[in-house]
Every structure is written in C-alpha cells, then in structure tokens.
Design a protein around this ligand. Structure first.
Ligand SMILES: Nc1ncnc2c1ncn2[C@@H]1O[C@H](COP(=O)(O)OP(=O)(O)OP(=O)(O)O)[C@@H](O)[C@H]1O
Length: 241
C-alpha cells in the first residue's frame, strides 16, 4: 500500500478519460456529449457558464452520479461499473453540501480516515487544518460555519488521503485570500506528487494560476480544450457566448 507523502510514478495513460459522456436527469440532459482527458501530475480547469454541466461532470468523475451513456475511466476504474473503485481513487470537494452539521472538522477527518482505513493521518490532518486556518475551530461543530469556512474544510477533506485524482468543484467560491492561497498550495502539492487535479471555477484568473490546462463546457458539451495560458479574457468570453 502507498504511504502518505510517497511520490507515485506518473503514468502514461491519462488519469481521467471521458468519451461522449451523457447524463440525463428525467427530461433534463445535464451533460450531452463531453469528451475530456486529464493527466497525472497536471491540473485541468473546468470552466463554463451556470448550467454548463461542470458539476454534473464532476459528480460522474467522483462516482456519485452514474453516466447515462458514454465511457468514463478514473484512475483505471470504469465509472459505470466500478463506482466504488472510483470513489476510493478520488478526493472530491462537491460544489455544495457534503458536511455533517453536528460534527466538528476533526470528526470529519476521523470519519474520512476510518472509511479509508488510514492510520497515519493525524499529523497531516492537523497540518491541513492549520494551513486552512481551521485549527482554532477544529472542535467546533460545522453547522455554525460560514460558507467560506465550509468550503475550506471541504478542500481539506478532499485532500487528506492524497488521492490519485483530486476533484475540486468551485473550491474558491466565497473563500478569502488566505483560503485561496491554501487551496492553490494543495493543488500544487497534488501535482508535485503526481496526482491528477480537476478544478471547476468561474474565476478565470485563478484557473490560470492553478492549472496548466483548461476545458470549457457550454450547454453540456465541451467546446474547447487548451493550454490554460491561451485562455485570454477575450477567448474565454467568446467561448462562453
Ligand atoms: N439533479 C438534477 N436534476 C435535474 N436537473 C439537474 C440536476 N442536476 C443538474 N441539473 C441540470 O443540469 C444542467 C447542468 O447543471 P450543472 O450543475 O452540472 O451545471 P454547472 O456548470 O455546474 O453550473 P453552475 O456553474 O451554476 O454550478 C443544468 O441545467 C441543471 O439545472
């Protein structure tokens, strides 16, 4: 078993492969033919307007929502047939929810570590809470947390077990500059140890700072995939329209 802090070999096969993904909720086609690949050791930004399909795509990659059709592989696990394998391979910060209001940050970390059968997590857990300035509230129930504090804790929980694939859905939403800085560090650390990072955001500047690659979705489709550096303000606006 890989121990925390150990670098992994960067595989030649993309960590995330999505081919012609469709996701339907009743009459609504939330995702209608997304293709994307994301490599280990790299961070890819997922951009697009409200309702473009970013969160739904993230949920499929997290093993939370099954694909209606298409092929999705995450760290070698097929999302349609091996959702548990996908869940084990990823760390997922959902766009909303995911926290238990009556539990403290420390209890969230304990639960996450137990579910993943981790035994050497406490030092990393404490360090992450400190980096995200949650050390002082580690034993306060999260029901009273501000939106930004909850977002920061969600990033900590996604990163705790050093997953092969780190999925951050709107991690900067409502987060103060120190929280943004800590999140950028988590992304950089994940890349450095060879993990694949996918990050959805509306904030182009932060996407460029965090990510080398960018994928733009519109109306449930992928409309562009490019080097993040090529995503100028003008190019981004043109892709959104
Ligand atoms: N559970 C659901 N039931 C019905 N429709 C849904 C559901 N989840 C998402 N949708 C619809 O699917 C489309 C894509 O939603 P999604 O949340 O993936 O977009 P998004 O790009 O993440 O948007 P935002 O930037 O606002 O978070 C929207 O039209 C949304 O209303």
């Amino acid at each position: 078993m890989r121990r925390l802090g150990e670098n992994r070999a960067v595989s030649q096969t993309p960590a995330v492969v999505v081919r012609d993904l469709h996701v339907r909720f009743g009459d609504v086609e939330a995702v209608s033919g997304v293709d994307l690949t994301a490599d280990s050791g790299r961070a890819t930004a997922l951009l697009g307007r409200n309702g473009a399909g970013k969160s739904t795509t993230m949920k499929v990659l997290a093993g939370v929502v099954p694909p209606t059709s298409g092929a999705v592989t995450v760290a070698g696990h097929d999302a349609a047939t091996d959702a548990l394998g996908v869940k084990r391979a990823v760390g997922y910060c959902p766009d909303v929810g995911g926290l238990v209001p009556r539990a403290t940050p420390w209890e969230h970390l304990q639960l996450s570590a137990r579910l993943r059968r981790m035994d050497d997590w406490e030092e990393r857990g404490r360090d992450l809470l400190e980096r995200f300035e949650l050390g002082d509230v580690a034993h306060r129930v999260v029901g009273g947390f501000s939106h930004g504090m909850s977002r920061r804790l969600s990033v900590v929980l996604a990163a705790l077990h050093e997953p092969d694939v780190l999925l951050l859905d709107e991690p900067f939403d409502g987060v103060d500059p120190l929280g943004v800085e800590a999140t950028l560090e988590v992304v950089a650390d994940a890349r450095a140890r060879g993990a694949c990072v996918l990050l959805s955001t509306h904030l182009r500047d932060l996407a460029l700072e965090a990510c080398g690659e960018a994928v733009v979705l519109r109306g449930g489709n992928r409309v562009a995939a490019m080097q993040a550096g090529d995503l100028t303000g003008e190019a981004y606006r043109a892709l959104l329209d």
